[in-house]
Design a protein around this ligand. Structure first.
Ligand code: SF4
Length: 258
């Protein structure tokens, strides 16, 4: 019988010395500071007061609307919530309405059964744990059933004026396509955007990017000939170098409801 080979001294050494912690390479934007400033300055002229397209009457109805909007269009959510919020615009009233009736109001929205469950569960938690008020911090908001980081960011920004970037499908696409904040996950894109967006533009940047993605830098084919940053954009998909005239856009492209 052969005895096991003694481990070499280098093997032992390798085990005893911990591998050096791998540092993430520092993120360097594809854009200069001046270019970043100019991109957001132009967005601010196009849409001086951008608005979200989800209808709501208070922070509670905003939480519900955002939670319902996962994998659904804002227009579809608005159609369902207009009637729902007339009868239930507080967590208490939502609980009184009950899951079955909530389900009836929102049955035109995808995944409505699960969403109705979450609406009731989050209303209950708001009443039981938060005195019926929507909390302001991300840590508290993500405790609510059906509320993830993206929903929490939207609520913090739109209901409480705390600047955050909620990375939806449009922002994720733009961050990567134009190399503004490339990332494999929404969290990575969010982290990079918060670094590159000039601080004084951060509050509106969330809506500017969503609306730019929805109406101009579209998923299938970006409409570069209508884009005000076509001369600065560094996207390999870009089809035009001449920026569109820089003017304020009509209300239906600012964030009016459907
Ligand atoms: S130039 Fe084209 S690709 Fe670049 S941001 Fe504008 S629409 Fe998007």
């Amino acid at each position: 019988m052969t005895s096991p080979k003694p481990k070499s001294s280098t093997q032992n050494l390798k085990k005893s010395i911990p591998a050096p912690a791998r540092r993430k390479p520092a993120f360097r934007s594809a854009y200069t500071k001046a270019e970043l400033e100019e991109i957001f300055r132009r967005f601010s002229i196009q849409r001086p007061e951008p608005k979200g397209e989800l209808e709501h009457v208070n922070p509670f109805t905003l939480v519900v609307a955002v939670a319902l909007s996962a994998q659904a269009t804002d227009a579809g959510v608005n159609k369902a919530t207009r009637a729902l919020f007339k009868v239930a615009d507080t967590p208490q009233k939502m609980l009184e309405l009950g899951e079955e009736k909530v389900r009836d109001y929102i049955k035109t929205i995808g995944l409505y059964r699960n969403k109705a469950k979450n609406v009731i569960a989050l209303s209950r938690m708001l009443v039981d744990d938060f005195g019926g008020e929507v909390p302001k911090t991300r840590e508290e908001l993500v405790r609510l059933p059906g509320v993830g980081r993206k929903t929490a960011n939207v609520v913090m920004s739109m209901a409480f004026g705390i600047p955050t970037i909620a990375v939806d499908t449009h922002i994720f696409r733009i961050g990567n396509r134009i190399r503004l904040a490339p990332g494999k996950t929404p969290d990575e894109v969010e982290e990079k955007l918060e670094k590159v967006i000039p601080k004084h533009y951060l509050y509106h940047a969330h809506h500017w990017l969503i609306l730019h993605g929805r109406y101009c830098c579209k998923a299938r084919r970006p409409e570069c000939e209508r884009c005000v940053i076509a001369d600065i954009c560094k996207s390999p998909e870009k089809s035009c170098d001449v920026p569109a005239p820089l003017v304020e856009l009509p209300p239906q492209m600012i964030g009016a409801a459907d």
